[in-house]
Design a protein around this ligand. Structure first.
Ligand code: CTP
Ligand SMILES: C[C@](O)(CO)[C@H](O)COP(=O)(O)O
Length: 221
């Protein structure tokens, strides 16, 4: 089975507010993004890795990785939204197979979890990583105009990678954009396809705000 990994890193990192785009910040002396693609390469070196970056960051990225062990990958230009960034990469897929879409800023993904998730996706049609909430949860009731308690056992926090067939992704990303397309699973689900959640990892954090980088540095040791 042909495997692809689309690593989306086309965002602008507004919540991080760093001078250097967050995907290029260093963890253990290497760019966040390098750790991320290395995990997919380590999971299976035959996976075709597609890296989505803003086009004006292509040359900076090439400079950054020049002295590091080479990991084969190709670059695709990102779009204005995460949906568009995934879409641009999906349009370049030429063979049937399974595709893991993963946030470039989740560098702590475990290669073993990547492999087991590809296996789950090939058996069930798709696989989306998720973890239970460790905190109590409330949701806003627009009717009652207040936050109400929710049983946390009924909640899952969604992570990446999210793995689908090339066929389902190509069809899903022909749909018109909707505001609730906050992840690729929601786009595929909008076709009427059931999403198969698999156990993610609390270490698979997304580097979103400055304290996440400190945590990632500790977890990586
Ligand atoms: N137009 C976009 C927006 C986001 N992403 C990617 O989607 C992942 C998750 O998004 P997030 O953490 O929100 O990154 P940013 O959009 O960069 O951050 P922010 O929302 O704080 O601006 C990131 O790897 C980000 O680069 C992308 O490829 N293209
Ligand atoms: C895809 C994602 O990481 C799943 O948790 C998340 O939805 C990305 O959201 P963001 O607003 O782009 O950070």
């Amino acid at each position: 089975m042909k495997k692809y990994a689309i690593i989306v890193a086309g965002g602008s990192g507004q919540r991080m507010q760093s001078a250097v785009p967050k995907q290029f910040l260093l963890l253990q002396g290497k760019p966040v993004l390098y750790h991320t693609i290395a995990a997919f390469y380590q999971a299976d070196a035959t996976t075709e890795i597609i890296l989505v970056l803003p086009v004006d960051q292509f040359s900076y990225w090439e400079t950054l990785i020049a002295g590091l062990p080479a990991i084969p990958h190709r670059l695709v230009a990102g779009g204005n939204s995460r949906f568009q960034s995934s879409q641009q990469a999906i349009q370049t897929l030429s063979e049937d197979g399974m595709v893991a879409i993963h946030d470039g800023v989740r560098p702590l993904i475990d290669p073993a979890l990547i492999s087991s998730s590809f296996q789950a996706a090939s058996e069930k049609g798709n696989a989306v990583l998720a973890v239970a909430s460790k905190d109590s949860v409330r949701f806003y009731s627009a009717d009652k105009k207040r936050f109400e308690h929710l049983n946390r056992d009924s909640i899952r926090l969604i992570q990446t990678p999210q793995i689908f067939s090339v066929k389902d992704l190509k069809e899903a990303f022909m749909q018109e954009y909707s505001d609730d397309f906050t992840d690729d699973a929601r786009v595929v689900e909008a076709l009427g396809i059931q999403i198969n959640l698999v156990e993610g990892s609390y270490e698979n954090i997304k580097i979103t705000t400055p304290e996440d980088l400190l945590l990632a540095e500790v977890l990586m040791k």
